[in-house]
Design a protein around this ligand. Structure first.
Ligand SMILES: Cc1cc2nc3c(=O)[nH]c(=O)nc-3n(C[C@H](O)[C@H](O)[C@H](O)COP(=O)(O)OP(=O)(O)OC[C@H]3O[C@@H](n4cnc5c(N)ncnc54)[C@H](O)[C@@H]3O)c2cc1C
Length: 284
C-alpha cells in the first residue's frame, strides 16, 4: 500500500490520478490541477519583543492583506498573506530579491497594534528565517484508488488563517490508522478488497467535516482580507461588536470533543476543560 502524505504538490496524488484516469472512461483526459493559489504568504520568524506579552496572538486585517503573529519565548512567528492579482495553479519559487520587494510593500502593515512590519523585518534573518510562497487551497473528491491513499495537505489544503491544516491532517491519519488496524485485528490481511473498504470508510468518515473546515477557512481568509465589500463591512463594523472569543470557543469545543482518537491504544484518560467524547475500545 502507498500512503501519500507528501503535501500540497503531492507526487503520489499525481500518479494516483493518472492511474485512476487510465482505468476509467476518461482515459487520456487531464484533470485540472486541484490546488490553486489566490494568495501568497511571507512566512518568517524574528527575535521576540519584550514590549509584547509572551504567548499573545495578533491578527491584522486590510484590503487584500492579513497578518498573523504569535510572540513566543524566543521568537515571534509571523505570516503576512497578500491576495494575488488572479488565482493561479502555477508552482512558484520566489527569489530573494522578490522576497525583499514584497517585504518593502508590506512595510506599513501593522503586525502588532503598535508595531509595523518594517520594524520587525529589520531584526529578522532574511536569509535563513523568511520565505515567500504561494498559498494553495483545494479539496480532492477522490482520496484513494486501488492500494493508494492520500492524506493531509495532499487532499485538503487551506490557508493558515483558520489554523486547521495540520489538525485536519492528524485527524485523517487517526481515522486511517484505525481502519488499517481494524483489518489486522479482525485476523484479516491487507488484501485489495480489505484496503478498498478501509480507504472508502476513511474518506466517508472524514470528507464532510474536512470539506466544512476548508470552506470555512476559505471564507475566513476572504473575510479578513476584505475581498468583497460585504466581507469588508462585516469584518470592519460587525465583528468588533461580537464576542469573538466566545464564538470561537463554542465552535471549536464540539470539534475538539468529537475528535478521533487511536481507538486501539489504551491510555490513562485525563479530562481538561473540554473532555473527549470518544473512548478507546478497551475502555468502552
Ligand atoms: C505559516 C503556517 C502556519 C500554519 N499554522 C497552522 C496551525 O496553526 N494549525 C494547523 O493545524 N495547521 C497550520 N498550518 C498548516 C500545516 O502546516 C499543514 O497543513 C501541514 O504541515 C500539512 O502536513 P502534511 O504532512 O500533509 O504536508 P507537509 O507538511 O507539506 O509535509 C509533506 C512532506 O512530504 C515531503 N515530500 C514531498 N514530496 C516528496 C517526495 N516526492 N518524496 C519524498 N518526500 C516528499 C516534503 O518534504 C514534506 O516533508 C500552517 C501552515 C503554515 C504555512
Amino acid at each position: 500500500m502507498v500512503i501519500g502524505v507528501d503535501g500540497v504538490h503531492s507526487k503520489t496524488r499525481e500518479i494516483m490520478t493518472k492511474l485512476a484516469r487510465a482505468s476509467s472512461e476518461d482515459k487520456g483526459k487531464e484533470d485540472p490541477y486541484p490546488m490553486a493559489a489566490s494568495f501568497q504568504g511571507l512566512f518568517a520568524r524574528a527575535p521576540c519583543r519584550d514590549d509584547i506579552p509572551k504567548g499573545c496572538f495578533f491578527e491584522s486585517h486590510g484590503t487584500g492583506v492579513a497578518s498573523q503573529v504569535v510572540n513566543g519565548n524566543e521568537f515571534m512567528y509571523f505570516a503576512v498573506l497578500r491576495a494575488l492579482p488572479k488565482p493561479t495553479t502555477e508552482r512558484r519559487r520566489y527569489t530573494r530579491q522578490e522576497l525583499e520587494e514584497e517585504a518593502k510593500r508590506l512595510s506599513d502593515v501593522h503586525i502588532f497594534p503598535t508595531v509595523t512590519f518594517k520594524e520587525i523585518w529589520q531584526n529578522c534573518d532574511h536569509e535563513n528565517d523568511a520565505s515567500l510562497v504561494h498559498i494553495e487551497e483545494g479539496f480532492l473528491d477522490k482520496w484513494h484508488h486501488g492500494r493508494i491513499v492520500l492524506l493531509g495537505d495532499a487532499v485538503h489544503k487551506m490557508t493558515p488563517i483558520n489554523g486547521n491544516g495540520v489538525n485536519t491532517g492528524l485527524q485523517s491519519a487517526t481515522v486511517l490508522v484505525n481502519q488499517l488496524h481494524g483489518i489486522l485485528s479482525s485476523g484479516s490481511s491487507f488484501t485489495d478488497e480489505a484496503l478498498e473498504k478501509a480507504f472508502h470508510n476513511y474518506q466517508t468518515t472524514q470528507e464532510e467535516g474536512c470539506r466544512k473546515i476548508c470552506e470555512q477557512g476559505a471564507f475566513m481568509t476572504r473575510l479578513v482580507t476584505w475581498s468583497t465589500w460585504t466581507g469588508w463591512f462585516f469584518d470592519r463594523f460587525i465583528v468588533p461588536w461580537l464576542n469573538l472569543e466566545e464564538t470561537v470557543k463554542s465552535q471549536v469545543r464540539p470539534m475538539l470533543q468529537d475528535a478521533h482518537i487511536l481507538d486501539f491504544i489504551p491510555f490513562e484518560g485525563r479530562a481538561g476543560e473540554v473532555p473527549w467524547n470518544r473512548t478507546t475500545k478497551s475502555q468502552a
